[in-house]
Design a protein around this ligand. Structure first.
Ligand code: NDP
Length: 271
């Protein structure tokens, strides 16, 4: 657990004075979201399992934006770590105004090879993790009468894909959680939305490309084409494109948008 400069005054921007927690904030989409929110003036707590990676991202944000940035090592699959992490975050930067449930994993396997351990790991990280983190912040949001919960789901929360049954089930579940909770808190100033990226240029996709190359002997370009063919724009989504949709949902002017699943996927899924 480390910080940059807790004495910094509040920054400028529409999210100045807001405390945002980004799970999985160390790299990929989470890192892009953290940067986008910092650019809008939010103070940040980054959470993830690898404290060195979190520290690097904290230092990058510190160098580029004038907001307070802290990090705390949390495995969202572990209830005690989540409780401790959010307690520490609230003690350090005050009640959480914005929660980005972004931490996620996407192991692939044909269904007959999806064992109890793989299933449980995906559910714990991608679905129960979001449940736990939201439980930790919601009481303070309701008390404040303002809050933003944004769940990073996926096109896999809307449509099926081969070899990722657990991932699809968890992401469909995350959209269900989003819709139900949005209704429960609709009159309390708290919005709950999902953002659903298509295949996005992060480690998740580069790992898949490596796996296709290893399993099929195809070239890297051919393996990448196997993935981009799903996107009508014929490309990967950029992490910043996902982050900008998230940032828009966090703005004070987006208060009427709740219970939605915003697709950022080049038109891949039109559910
Ligand atoms: P990355 O693998 O690049 O980043 C995942 C982040 O989640 C890392 O910061 C990782 O940090 C963290 N994380 C993973 N497991 C845990 C855990 N148990 N507890 C805390 N943090 C954890 O992936 P992306 O940036 O691509 O993915 C971010 C989200 O976007 C995920 O929910 C993913 O499902 C979703 N998404 C991604 C798409 C894509 O094509 N890239 C498409 C659609 C959705 P650490 O390992 O250090 O814990």
């Amino acid at each position: 657990m480390t910080s940059n400069n807790p004495e910094l005054p509040p920054g400028d921007g529409p999210l100045a004075g807001r405390h945002a927690v980004v799970t999985g904030g160390s790299r990929g989409i989470g890192a892009a979201i953290a940067a986008e929110l910092a650019g809008l003036g939010a103070d940040l707590t980054l959470m993830g399992r690898n404290s060195e990676a979190l520290g690097r991202q904290r230092d990058t944000l510190t160098a580029n934006y004038g907001t307070k940035v802290f990090d705390y090592q949390v495995d969202v699959g572990d209830a005690d770590q989540v409780a401790n992490g959010f307690q520490w975050a609230a003690n350090t930067l005050g009640p959480v105004d914005i929660l980005i449930n972004n931490a996620g994993i996407s192991p692939s396997a044909p269904f007959h090879r999806v064992d109890e351990a793989l299933w449980a790991n995906v559910m714990e990280t991608n679905l129960s993790g979001a449940y736990r983190c939201t439980q930790a912040v919601l009481p303070a949001m309701l008390e404040a009468g303002w809050g933003r919960v944004i769940n990073i789901a996926s096109t896999a929360g809307k449509i099926g894909y081969r070899y990722v049954t657990a991932y699809c089930a968890a992401k469909h579940g995350l959209i269900g959680l989003t819709r139900s909770l949005a209704l429960e808190v609709a009159q309390k100033g708290v919005t709950v939305n999902a953002v659903c990226p298509g295949f996005t240029d992060t480690a998740i996709v580069s790992d898949s490309v490596d796996e296709i190359v290893a399993k099929t002997g195809r070239s890297e370009a051919e393996a990448l084409a196997e993935i981009t063919k799903y996107n009508p724009q014929g490309r990967l989504v950029e992490p910043t494109e996902v982050a900008q949709a998230v940032a828009w949902l966090c703005l004070p002017t987006s208060g009427a948008v709740t219970g939605q699943s915003i697709m950022v996927d080049g038109g891949e899924a039109m559910p």
